[in-house]
Design a protein around this ligand. Structure first.
Ligand SMILES: Nc1ncnc2c1ncn2[C@@H]1O[C@H](COP(=O)(O)OP(=O)(O)OP(=O)(O)O)[C@@H](O)[C@H]1O
Ligand SMILES: [Mg+2]
Length: 405
């Protein structure tokens, strides 16, 4: 039985729709005066998207920033309506979209747990049965009787996830929870989603963490520019998505991804021994690799930071390095080239370079496949290891044994 049915769904946004009440009134008035003049600019966030999810199935959604992933989840959760087409869900849907969606700020943590349970159609008794588990998972027990408006964003998030994941929804919809929270909490979330999947709940999961997505979701959709580019078994989709990297990095072709104040102009990977700007050199097993990222910053952005990721062709994240962990750099508006050296440890295989730009409060760009590269050579008899570090061994003889015939 299909619990989710999305039929030819499209969603149009009017650009500049994120405005306050006064601006909205002003715009409505001027539109009235101009008598039906159409708004200046529209954007189709998703176009003609159809899919269905069976009872007990876990569906993943991948796609670059702005591809329309969150829009699909918001429509699924009934937070926004499609412009055309229809979205039907059966059963209780619990959605974890933006931090705290569905929480009432004036109510305490305890009251919000009951409120959310009631919204999901659960009886007081059912909620009480689950209450201890939710509180335990969230770790906010000391603040249960504090209004959630006084919670830190981390506490808010932990409680929201605990509620969404434990209140036995038929359909659990989760958007990028893994981007926030500490490593321990992320592990708990992934664990809980595995359990939900094993319990036979229907899941829809959007994430840039392709490794977790592969572990949890059997099937995935790949969105591009608001349309479904492909769908199928997650490992296949993840591989094709990663391999669609905007440019083969070895050749250093230009690309331009703009998001917020950032425009990424080029991503290159070359053996460290070649001179910058040198010929296309193949990357060989045992080379130290130099990753070069060229980008422009168009506005003063306090706290701007970047991360460089390396992911295998099957979606396992091997490296995820944050600039601010190594050096404090202030990016005033201008053009930059950042270089990162990767020691010679990657085994032969296909990899993609991911980029992240943001501040502690805001994410501008999260692109798991900005470019791809291949490492050649290596030991063909042992292909199934990602890292070949050539670690030093020490052998100590502790005693000798006399062998008697
Ligand atoms: N409320 C809104 N008003 C105007 N445009 C919007 C609104 N919400 C989304 N959009 C636009 O719709 C498009 C799809 O956005 P959406 O948030 O669904 O993408 P996404 O795939 O979730 O991206 P990300 O990976 O960055 O989370 C984007 O171009 C976005 O700017
Ligand atoms: Mg999103």
């Amino acid at each position: 039985m299909d619990l989710i049915q999305f039929e030819r769904v499209s969603k149009r946004y009017v650009i500049g729709q994120r405005m306050n009440a006064r601006e909205a009134v002003a715009q409505a008035t001027s539109r009235l005066l101009r008598r039906g003049a159409s708004p200046s600019s529209e954007l189709w966030s998703i176009k003609d998207v159809s899919f269905s999810v069976r009872d007990g199935e876990a569906l993943g959604i991948v796609g670059r920033n702005g591809a329309g992933k969150s829009t699909i989840l918001k429509i699924l959760a009934g937070i926004t309506a499609p412009t055309s087409g229809s979205s039907r869900t059966r059963g209780r849907v619990a959605a974890l979209l933006e931090v705290g969606t569905g929480f009432h700020p004036e109510l305490t943590g305890r009251e919000n747990i009951y409120l959310n349970g009631a919204i999901l159609g659960m009886s007081r008794r059912d909620i009480t049965l689950r209450f201890a588990q939710i509180v335990d998972f969230s770790g906010v027990d000391r603040f249960l009787d504090t209004p959630v408006k006084r919670y830190s964003s981390g506490m808010y998030l932990r409680l929201a996830f605990a509620v969404a994941a434990h209140l036995e929804p038929d359909v659990l919809v989760v958007d990028e929870i893994l981007a926030v929270g500490d490593a321990e909490f992320q592990r708990k979330c992934i664990g809980r989603m595995h359990e939900a999947e094993a319990e036979g709940r229907t899941l829809v999961f959007v994430s840039h963490d392709l490794d977790s997505l592969t572990k949890i979701c059997q099937r995935s959709l790949w969105l591009e520019g608001g349309e479904i580019r492909d769908s199928g078994p997650t490992p296949t989709i993840v591989r094709d998505y990663l391999n669609s990297g905007l440019a083969p990095a070895e050749r250093g072709h230009g690309l331009a991804i703009t998001s917020g104040p950032i425009t990424v102009a080029a991503v290159r990977v070359r053996p460290d021994s070649t001179v910058a700007g040198g010929a296309d050199a193949a990357l060989m097993f045992g080379d130290q690799l130099r990753v070069e990222i060229e980008f422009d910053v168009s506005a003063e952005t306090p706290g701007l930071d970047l991360a460089v990721m390396v992911t295998t062709g099957s979606g396992v994240r091997v490296l995820d390095e944050l600039l601010s962990e190594q050096s404090i750099t202030r990016f005033t508006p201008g053009s930059y080239r950042v270089e990162v050296l990767i020691p010679p440890l990657l085994n032969a295989g296909d990899y993609s370079i991911g980029l992240w730009f943001g501040t502690p409060h805001e994410e501008f760009l999260a692109e798991p496949a900005a470019a791809m590269f291949s490492v050649h050579g290596g030991d063909p008899t042992r292909p199934d290891r990602i890292v070949a570090a050539k670690l030093p061994f020490a052998v100590h003889r502790l005693a000798s044994i006399n062998v008697v015939d």
